[in-house]
Design a protein around this ligand. Structure first.
Ligand code: ATP
Length: 431
């Protein structure tokens, strides 16, 4: 009996007979031979069906298989240096399960709208398979790093009564008799969790009703947010550069084949190691002005500004000390310079721009009360958050890393939409 095998681990069965279950990705035929490219979710492999070496009806059935037909087959695993992945299958029997009719995504070129409309099928294709496998690795590595470094995963709610970031990008929904909003960040809850557990992180989908139609913005994206008690902004940045370096190293270690499929220049990733350069917001403004951008101190960076800065570095760069007026109410002011806060955005190199936003949080109850007044934040909504400063307040810091932006950079992808199985974009909610 042939052992059931996975293409991704086919090397374990070299020289042996195996059974594979999957879908037909591609087929070439030349009279007496059918070359079936089979995919099973773990990989792709060429299976060679030779007339006379399989029952006649199996040879005929193989000839009738169309793209994305489902099938099982048995055959001998043979090492072959010319084959992608290093192995091919000499087929012994072919058992079609369903012959697919008129699969819409053919090997010819298709436009992006067509592919997005067919996203439920497009994810079966090689490039998408590689990208989403790398996404898995990024998430797995990030969690591994945090778990190994004493962080506890404590998730935050998705349905929330109040805003965390700006109020203009909130999705509103009904919560029985009251209004609720889809979470834009788990941060405020994370701060409570950090006071309970020390070092924590939450991981989940994040929703922003952003009207920006850029190649960096999703409406729904996944964010991993660590928060640390007894931690200042310096330490916060050290954790970030270690985390990002660890993620890149794991992708290089475990996903070489996928990086090859998408033709990523891996030399650009091999040097991603701490420490990352630091650039103050003030200096960043000078660089942008020097490059001819129309920008003044106090302005936020647009995507072209971030691109311009991050193109100058081969490692991710921290842009530190943004103006207080631009940032969230909870950020700790820089001692002696209240016009800027102790924060940093991490911009990925090669022009990718921001992948992390982080800061030290205000711990002083009096200052927090002042900020809450300035931002018109009510006692009713934020009283519980204020209590964190009353019952054993400590310096603490944290950050949020956007998974899809990180994957876009690591994979060298043009657009964020292929970094998640089913992207939610400004004009796309389907499929
Ligand atoms: P931007 O200014 O680029 O819109 P932001 O400053 O609003 O981003 P933060 O609130 O600091 O971003 O969120 C932390 C991280 O979440 C970002 O560094 C980024 O990786 C990710 N992120 C934020 N908004 C989006 C989005 N719309 N789509 C994908 N990822 C996002």
């Amino acid at each position: 009996m042939a052992a059931l095998a996975l293409i991704g681990k086919i090397g374990e069965h070299d020289g042996k007979e195996v059974e594979l279950r999957g879908w037909l990705y591609n087929k070439r035929s030349s009279g007496r031979i059918h070359f079936l490219e089979l995919r099973d979710g773990t990989g792709f492999i060429q299976c060679v069906v030779v007339k006379g070496e399989v029952p006649d009806e199996d040879f005929e059935a193989a000839g009738k298989l169309t793209q994305e037909s489902s099938l099982r087959l048995t055959g001998i695993v043979r090492a072959d240096a010319r084959a992608k992945g290093g192995y091919e299958i000499t087929v012994k029997s072919v058992m079609p399960f369903q012959v697919a009719q008129d699969y819409p995504i053919t090997p010819k070129e298709h436009g992006i709208d067509f592919l997005m409309d067919n996203r439920h099928l497009w994810i079966r294709h090689k490039r998408q398979h590689a990208l989403l496998s790398i996404r898995h690795e990024v998430i797995a590595a990030a969690q591994q790093y945090l778990n190994d470094n004493g962080f506890l995963r404590v998730d935050a709610p998705i349905l929330t009564p109040a805003a965390c970031e700006g109020t203009t990008t909130l999705f509103e929904t009904e919560y029985f008799e009251e209004k609720a909003y889809l979470s834009q960040s788990g941060q405020l809850y994370n701060e409570a969790d950090a006071m309970a557990f020390g070092k924590v992180y939450c991981f989940g989908p994040t929703f922003r009703a952003e009207k920006s139609k850029t190649r960096r913005h999703l409406i729904e994206f996944w964010m991993l947010e660590p928060e640390m008690a007894w931690c200042d902004q310096e330490e916060n940045q050290r954790v970030q550069e270690e985390l990002v370096s660890y993620i890149v190293a794991k992708v290089l270690e475990k996903r070489r084949a996928e990086l090859a499929v998408i033709e990523r220049d891996v030399t650009k990733l091999e040097d991603i190691k701490p420490p990352f350069p630091r650039l103050s917001y003030d200096d960043a403004i000078d660089i942008l002005k020097g490059a001819g951008r129309d920008i003044s101190w106090g302005d936020d960076f647009g995507a072209p500004d971030e691109t311009l800065i991050s193109e100058r570095f081969t490692r991710p760069v921290f842009v530190t000390n943004y103006p207080t007026s631009m940032k969230a109410f909870y950020m700790q002011p820089e001692p002696g310079r209240p016009e800027v806060v102790k924060c940093a955005d991490m911009l990925a190199p090669e022009g990718y721009g921001e992948i992390i936003g982080g800061s030290e949080r205000i711990w002083d109850p009096a200052l927090m009360e002042e900020r809450m007044r300035q931002h018109n934040l009510s006692e009713e909504a934020y009283g519980w958050y204020m209590q964190l400063r009353k019952f054993g307040t400590v310096p603490h810091s944290g950050f949020g890393i956007g998974i899809e932006r990180t994957v876009a950079w690591i994979t060298g992808s043009e657009h964020i939409r292929e970094m998640i199985p089913f992207p939610r974009l400004l004009y796309r909610l389907r499929p």
